[in-house]
Ligand binder design. Structure first.
Ligand code: CAA
Length: 258
């Protein structure tokens, strides 16, 4: 169990668990909480016993956005000097799979946290949206960029300009969600998926994530060059030798992440 103030952090069966834990304010993400989340992710990323990470929200929501009380008095200069959004960039540096398990509200910064994850399991009651426009601001931690890349300009602007929340089924239709599940089995399903990843070759997972992330921004040609390099690189691993030897010997492989 962790000694964090705004999240709970623990490890179980090769899965790193992070639960947002400011339930009285629907897990509104204040600045220390951002630091705690990113530090926990980086620690799991370095922990050889962890193969995948699952993030969920405690209480009745995933997260209802950045903490409005904390932000209300900010000025451009205070924001520039603090530059805390730079911390969000560090999530992109996490090499291991990050799975979001989302129920209830995932708004503003909460939605941005979801969009920073690799795979999203959502309960049927989940609601996603960017209500920043109603506060006289706009998303600041990647929301406009990631939503537009996911659903295109025309649809992204509709959600960003209205600030409306979309139901989980709509989010799924837009390709934002990996799997839609009943609320009562959300964590079970997300953890079962994570458990499958724990069985896979860790270096393969890592380089697949790296290559897929590059595919988002690269041309097909550039993406294929990156893919090829990572494919070749895996042949330096002990797990490639083990995986192919196990296939030939008709037995399950024993991957070690080396
Ligand atoms: N910041 C601070 N406190 C918040 C919060 C937030 N983002 N969201 C909810 N809370 C607090 C509420 O103030 C309330 O506190 P009190 O009990 O002390 O009054 C508590 O959480 C419960 O919320 P509600 O009573 O409002 O619950 P509800 O079920 O009636 O409504 C809600 C839920 C629709 C999510 C509503 O709370 C809401 O609109 N929240 C704000 C959502 C929002 O605007 N998010 C964007 C923030 S800006 C951002 O995220 C910028 C960025 O890009 C990083």
């Amino acid at each position: 169990m962790s000694n964090h103030k705004f999240i709970r952090v623990w490890e179980e069966n090769g899965i790193g668990r992070i639960e947002l834990n400011r339930t009285k304010v629907l897990n509104a993400i204040n600045r220390p909480m951002v630091t705690e989340i990113i530090t926990a992710l980086e620690q799991f990323d370095r922990d050889h016993d962890v193969s995948a990470i699952v993030i969920n929200g405690g209480g009745r929501a995933f997260a209802a956005g950045a903490d409005i009380d904390e932000m209300a008095g900010d000025t451009p200069v205070s924001l520039e000097l603090l530059n805390q959004f730079a911390e969000w960039d560090r999530i992109q540096g996490i090499k291991k799979p990050i799975i979001a398990a989302v129920h209830g509200f995932a708004l503003g910064g909460g939605f941005e946290l979801v969009l920073s994850c690799d795979v999203v399991f959502a309960a049927e009651d989940a609601k996603f949206g960017f209500p920043e426009v109603k506060l006289g601001v706009m998303p600041g931690a990647g929301g406009t960029v990631k939503l537009t890349k996911a659903m295109g300009k025309a649809k992204a602007l509709e959600w960003l300009w209205t600030g409306d929340s979309m139901d989980a089924a709509v989010a799924e239709r837009h390709g934002l969600i990996t799997r839609l599940v009943a609320p009562e089995v959300l964590l079970e399903e997300a953890l079962a998926f994570a458990a499958r990843l724990v069985q896979q070759a860790p270096l393969s997972l890592r380089l697949i994530k790296d290559t897929v992330n590059k595919a988002i921004d690269y041309s097909v040609y550039e993406g294929m060059q990156a893919e090829r390099k990572n494919f070749y690189l895996l042949f330096a691993s002990r797990d490639q030798k083990e995986g192919m030897k196990a296939f030939i010997e008709k037995r399950p492989p024993e991957f070690r992440g080396e």
